[in-house]
Design a protein around this ligand. Structure first.
Ligand code: G1P
Length: 298
């Protein structure tokens, strides 16, 4: 498996006005745009053919993964080797391709836009808003489950019942002897009362190419959008010989929703604290700040 698809066509309304003229995927977390972490994670799992599904106003995203000759020449003349390496590394990270979604018809529709590029191979989908901490990468484990069990693989995370309405929700049964579960049902963003579990689907998927035909036949669901969750529910009920079957890996690490302000701030603080170059000084300041009168005041 070599291909990863990153849907990044959303408008980023939760982060206005920052996202009025800047794609939400380009908001920096410490010193790189959020989407760079997601591409790095795909590459870490061996997926270096990356298709980003974009929309209007996303050209800076394409520029970010491209070469920048004028900037490179300037840094080179100044002998600024570290910054030059950082700039070149982004352009050489992966083979990045782009296609446009055209109209906002939902995550399922965005994934369907990858059909021509992906063809008849299994592939991964990484949502641009979901940032998995570099210390807790889970994609390789999901690829292994696909290798062992076939079908599609979801990344599930236990959330408080009051939060389940923000996510796709999965009903599961254990698979004896394996660190994976079988997904028996899925609901997109259920109410707390009707949720089949507290297991949320988070933004990492390994999908069988059978998902494309299923998506083509999936009617608009919640929010009148074509939902990937609804297509996965169909796949869960299908014969494995036809690409059916859905499994899940239960994720216990750190994950941030960079489209949400609280979670974005947490990502910045935690990732900066963990950085060898910035962490020691930042943690010293943070400790002092948390103990200060300014912090204690409401
Ligand atoms: C999407 C999916 C949802 C999933 C979530 C993970 O929702 O539709 O099933 O749980 O991503 O972040 P969104 O957050 O785009 O509304």
């Amino acid at each position: 498996m070599t291909k990863a698809v990153i849907p990044a066509a959303g408008l980023g309304t939760r982060f206005l006005p920052a996202t009025k003229a800047t794609p939400k995927e380009m908001l920096p977390v410490v010193d790189r745009p959020a989407i760079q972490y997601v591409v790095e994670e795909a590459v870490d799992a061996g997926l270096d053919d990356v298709l980003i599904i974009t929309g209007r106003n996303k050209t800076t995203l394409e520029d970010h993964f491209d070469r920048a000759p004028v900037l490179e020449r300037t840094l080179s003349t100044k002998q600024d080797h570290d910054r030059l390496a950082a700039v070149m590394q982004v352009a050489e990270l992966a083979q990045v391709h782009y296609t446009r979604q055209g109209e906002p018809r939902g995550l399922g529709h965005a994934v369907l836009c990858a059909d021509m590029h992906v063809g008849d191979e299994p592939f991964a989908v990484l949502l641009g808003d979901d940032l998995i901490d570099t210390r807790n990468y889970v994609l390789s484990q999901m690829l292994k489950v696909r290798e062992e069990l076939g079908g599609s693989v979801l990344c599930l995370m236990e959330v408080h019942e009051s939060q389940i309405h923000l996510y796709g929700c999965a009903a599961v049964t254990p698979i004896p002897g394996l660190d994976a579960v079988k997904v028996t049902d899925l609901v997109e963003k259920p109410d707390t009362e009707s949720a089949p579990s507290n297991l949320a689907v988070i933004g990492r998927y390994v999908l069988d190419p059978a998902v494309f035909d299923v998506l083509r036949n999936t009617a608009p669901g919640r929010g009148d959008e074509i939902q990937l969750t609804d297509a996965l529910k169909t796949l869960a009920g299908m014969d494995p010989a036809q690409g059916g079957g859905v499994h899940g890996v239960v994720f216990k690490g750190r994950r941030y929703d960079t489209g949400d302000k609280q979670s974005y701030l947490q990502a910045t603080v935690r990732l900066a604290s963990a950085r060898a170059d910035l962490g020691p000084e930042f943690r010293t300041w943070l400790r002092e700040f948390v103990g200060s009168k300014e912090f204690a005041e409401d």
